[in-house]
Write a protein that binds this ligand. Structure first.
Ligand SMILES: [Fe+2]
Length: 184
């Protein structure tokens, strides 16, 4: 199975720099310690204005942007249940590096023991996580540029640099970019 793919997304760097500045000016967005921070279109229209044209040019409709913020050395090993109203559950999303991503790794796992722990986040999203002893690493990628990530597979983010926070955007788009992982 292909878990990830770096993709060419024309014009992403300028918007990423502007969104980095936006988060520096609005640090409350990332300060509550949550890993997954959804940006609503109403409250954070600026971020959507930056990225809508980038995704439109690439043939995608941008459904939702979230900040993934890691303040520690690693996230949980989890699967996302990513439901956006009116669309089938997303199997993959497109992640974009914002800050300190170059020394981090997104790892993908298979299970040795199927021993899931189900949690519901304050934002209402349910996710399943596993302990490290129940899984085996299958692949890893550094989100150094836009990357399709198979979010329904077990994954985690590991921060090697001990420089915090590590921030990436994760973008739910339509069509589901999983098709890019199914091509040769
Ligand atoms: Fe995730």
């Amino acid at each position: 199975m292909q878990y990830f793919k770096h993709i060419e997304l024309d014009g992403w760097r300028g918007p990423a720099i502007k969104i980095h500045k936006y988060v520096r000016d609005n640090t409350h967005i990332i300060k509550d310690g949550a890993f997954w921070n959804i940006l609503s279109r109403d409250k954070h229209a600026y971020c959507y204005e930056q990225l809508d044209p980038v995704f439109t040019r690439a043939g995608f409709n941008l459904l939702r942007i979230s900040f993934l913020v890691l303040w520690g050395d690693e996230s949980t090993i989890h699967q996302d249940r990513d439901v956006f109203p009116g669309f089938p559950e997303r199997i993959a999303r497109i992640n974009i590096p914002i800050l300190n991503c170059e020394h981090s790794e997104t790892r993908f796992y298979s299970t040795i023991n199927n021993n899931p722990i189900v949690k519901t986040l304050p934002n209402g999203i349910t996710y399943t996580h596993h302990e490290a002893e129940d899984v085996r690493v299958e692949a890893a990628v550094t989100v150094s540029k836009p990357t399709v990530i198979r979010v329904r597979e077990l994954h985690s983010v590991v921060n090697h640099a001990k420089i915090y926070p590590r921030i990436a955007l994760t973008c739910a788009v339509d069509p589901d970019p999983v098709y890019l992982l199914e091509e040769n």
